[in-house]
Ligand binder design. Sequence first.
Ligand SMILES: [Zn+2]
Ligand SMILES: [Zn+2]
Ligand SMILES: [Zn+2]
Length: 379
Amino acid sequence: MKLYTCSNCNNLLYFENSVCLNCNHAIGFDAESLSMIALVPSGDNLFSETGNASRRFRYCSNFAFGTCNWIIPENADAEFCKACELNHTIPDLSIEQNQVRWKKIEIAKHRLVFSLLRLQLPMDVKVEKEDRGIWFDFLADEPEGERVTTGHDSGIITLNIEEADDDVRMRNLMNLGERYRTLLGHFRHEIGHYYWELLINNQSPLEKFRELFGDERADYGKALEKYYQQGLSFNWMNEYISPYATAHPWEDWAETWSHYLHMMDTLETAYYFSIRVRPRPASGEELSKASVKEDPYEISDFNQIMQLWLPLSFAVNSLNRSMGHQDFYPFVISPKVVEKLAFIHEVVRSKEMAIRRRSISPGSVAAIESLNPNSKISQ
Ligand SMILES: [Zn+2]
Ligand SMILES: [Zn+2]
Ligand SMILES: [Zn+2]
């Protein structure tokens, strides 16, 4: 994430701020320029940029619910911003608890969309382009109905909204033996399935994908069933980023993809804070240093990204342990996983891919994973 300041008074802002706590100006995020803009009301629900009265915006319609601080240029006839237009179903807001859940969900989703904008990945709205595009369904279990499974199917990303409840999410983490489970992590994983269909399936990188991740034509339902019944091989860490990545090549891709987004976003934040790590171990030995001097989105060589990530994540893990928290990044990245991450970096950066992206439509491969081992596995 970039580091934003109020364009009126220079006060530091969080990405979620809709008002500057120092000068009280309204703040909005403009997805076109990826900037946060200090605003002054100019009547009729419009706002103009501080110091530039000719640039006028209005807030996304979800601003009224406190779930969005993004702004839309006055002359665009969209009701929702780039992040909110991807919503297909939002939680039932007549239930008070859902208002809190939805806010948490939107914070994570807006951060996801910011990363996708930074990577310049295509983000069509499924409602407009049925054969491709993304939409989000934020659903709750019905008392008598089937459980809602968080997953992806041909651009439709479903989230069981109870995952916004910390107690539920932590229980699921424990039950599934996971080390990391967040709303942002869910979104980064599920969107990975979407981009597999868009960037890999029936495309030239498919061959290399199969070399690195395995053959995705293996029966998905059976693979997941086997994963939940048999558990893990003891040396999974040599080849996979997480236990769940061992279930099927699609899951390996989505897990690795989500880590790619974790790393890029975190390194971007580190870059904007000019973070440097220069360990001074008790032994006096020379250890790897990291100085995040470059925006990671501008780095073409993935090895350079890894060389920053390892010292940085070790340092932040150590800070967390000093506070009695869990590790910030509770994973070990093996050389095989570095190869997979580098492949994702290459695919995302490929210029030819940008051209091809415009002329393909993804197939209808489903990849729905279950939230708990007993729920129905669908394909
Ligand atoms: Zn300010
Ligand atoms: Zn919005
Ligand atoms: Zn998945």
